[in-house]
Design a protein. Structure first.
Length: 308
């Protein structure tokens, strides 16, 4: 691959913007040791001094594929960057970054804006308090950036929608890999995975969460806290989701009665099963079965899981 590829000033029309994410720039630079940074061919619109920093009008994802350096911003004191670091730069906020002169680095970036990203920030998936993500050395990330560069260079019909999808995937992977690497380094993650296995093997019983916590040698308060942090659900909510998914399978693929399914999936009574099922899916078990068998013109959505 070339050492410098800058695809800048990408155009987005009104319809493109309705997609939720539009891309403004995408590129790659290889900064060799002791080279001037940013290089002279850096896009003028994004030019900055490594001593003074800069402020941009869009979001930027910048991936350090190789090398090391440093980053700072209005809300982030100077922090070291290494291979596998992903920066998320926010519009309107001063920032500064540069490679270690003795090592240099390879950087990929994509600039974007849109309502979808604004919503992710508003819903706390991303925050100005955390701009550096440890996604690790990732060939998948590099391949996605290279795909984005290729799409931006060709600019075929609908290219903004493809770039928006790639950006969404980069954001999702950044969020997931950073979270996974945090948990991979901790003993609680392994215990939570063990707890999830216990639930999947015992969902049809009246197994108590306190019993599961005991089986993984963790206090219930720590178990519930770690489980929620790792999965986004409380242990009870997670077990309910397993039961609901299993009951959906049985309703769609068997002739078992609702009473039989209720007991096979761990509910204390058919009435309790029907109430929970409708709360989660918007349909009673009978209506769900009719829908799956094509005998009813029903529509439904999976409702959000209520907090305990």
């Amino acid at each position: 691959m070339e050492t410098d590829i800058n695809v800048k000033y990408l155009i987005a029309n009104k319809q493109d913007k309705l997609w939720g994410i539009t891309v403004t720039t995408v590129g790659y630079q290889q900064i060799v040791p002791h080279a001037i940074y940013p290089p002279k061919n850096h896009p003028v619109r994004y030019l900055f001094s490594s001593h003074k920093g800069r402020t941009l009008g869009e979001y930027i994802l910048l991936f350090i594929a190789n090398g090391r350096g440093a980053f700072s911003s209005g809300k982030q004191k100077k922090i070291q960057l290494a291979t596998g670091s992903m920066l998320l730069l926010f519009p309107g906020e001063w920032h500064n970054y540069e490679p270690d002169p003795s090592v240099g680095w390879d950087e990929y970036w994509i600039g974007f804006r849109g309502d979808t990203m604004d919503a992710l920030v508003q819903n706390a998936f991303f925050s100005k308090q955390k701009k550096v993500f440890n996604v690790g050395p990732s060939l998948e990330m590099i391949q996605l950036f290279r795909m984005a560069i290729s799409v931006a260079v060709e600019q075929k019909a609908g290219f903004q929608q493809i770039l928006g999808g790639i950006t969404n995937l980069l954001l999702g992977m950044t969020h997931s890999l950073d979270k996974s690497r945090y948990f991979d380094q901790s003993q609680p993650m392994r215990l939570i995975n063990k707890a999830k296995f216990i639930m999947s093997e015992n969902f049809y019983t009246n197994i108590a969460m306190e019993e599961i916590a005991g089986r993984i040698c963790m206090s219930y308060s720590s178990f519930r806290r770690n489980f929620k942090q790792y999965t986004g659900l409380s242990p009870h909510q997670y077990l309910q989701e397993i039961r609901i998914q299993k009951s959906k399978e049985l309703l769609a693929a068997t002739d078992l009665t609702c009473q039989e399914i209720a007991y096979k999936t761990g509910y204390e009574s058919p009435v309790h099963f029907s109430i929970i099922f409708k709360k989660k899916t918007g349909l009673t078990p009978v209506k769900y079965r009719e829908y799956c068998h094509g005998s009813g013109a029903y529509t439904f959505d999976c409702l959000e899981i209520a907090e305990e």
